[in-house]
Design a protein around this ligand. Structure first.
Ligand code: 1PX
Length: 211
């Protein structure tokens, strides 16, 4: 995406992702991620191993959406139902369906929790708070539990070169700091709700540990 990142666009994508009856449209969910990728790309090459992984997961889901069974991939709910009913998910180990929609989306879902925790820290941070500490605290509380040692080390290196808090606020393109904090306050309940709906759905179907 060539145009500049704005937190507002992320918020709009996640807002559009929720249907009236609280289903989550995959198309808008990944549009939210696409925005976050453009933000990460603007931070420099150290983050490219992270954004490449997100891009490849977005691509897998986009291929399902535009494929012949695309209508089943309209929402996370319809995807879970379709893939489970048709035995399209590797439940114990990666085998004949190593890149199912369910396991691919689970990786983004776990990362959404990181985002929620990080943005909440950013929202309540003070001028001397360090983004690297906020990022890694949020990471250790969420995604790190699902990553092997080598990835955790690489992520740790990336955190060290994160820009400071002021730069973060500026890149969000949402006005001055007070306005950014207000927008974060508006965005977070939405992100949290999308996260919780997905979490409950995956828990109900025993999908939270998909390989
Ligand atoms: C408003 C600004 C907020 C900042 C936005 C930044 C968005 C960052 C999004 C990070 C998304 C990471 C997705 C990771 C998915 C994942 O867990 N993949 C692993 C497992 O996949 P597999 O297919 O093998 O089962 C994969 O091994 C991961 C590889 C790359 C490492 C991912 C590290 C995630 C660190 C999260 C912190 C990012 C910090 C960015 C700073 C802005």
């Amino acid at each position: 995406m060539a145009d500049t990142f704005s937190l507002q666009k992320v918020l709009e994508a996640f807002r559009s992702s929720m249907s009236e009856n609280k289903e989550v449209y995959i198309k808008y969910y990944i549009a939210g991620w696409q925005e976050l990728v453009s933000f990460m790309n603007s931070l420099g090459n150290v983050f490219s191993f992270i954004s490449k992984d997100v891009v490849s997961k977005i691509q897998i889901l986009e291929n399902f959406i535009s494929g012949e069974n695309g209508s089943y991939y309209a929402t996370i709910q319809s995807m879970v139902k379709y893939e489970l009913e048709n035995d399209l998910v590797d439940l114990i180990k990666r085998d004949s369906h190593p890149e199912s929609g369910c396991r691919t989306l689970l990786r983004l879902h776990r990362a959404l929790r990181w985002l929620e925790l990080f943005l909440e820290r950013l929202r309540t941070s003070s001028e001397d708070s360090k983004t690297s500490v906020m990022c890694s605290d949020a990471y250790n509380e969420s995604l790190a539990q699902h990553h092997p040692w080598l990835i955790r080390k690489a992520v740790g290196v990336a955190f060290c070169v994160l820009p400071g808090r002021d730069t973060f606020f500026d890149v969000m393109n949402a006005g001055d700091h007070t306005q950014v904090v207000a927008l974060l306050g508006e965005s977070l309940p939405l992100i949290a709700e999308v996260y919780q709906i997905t979490e409950d759905l995956y828990a109900k179907n025993n999908l939270l540990e998909l390989p």
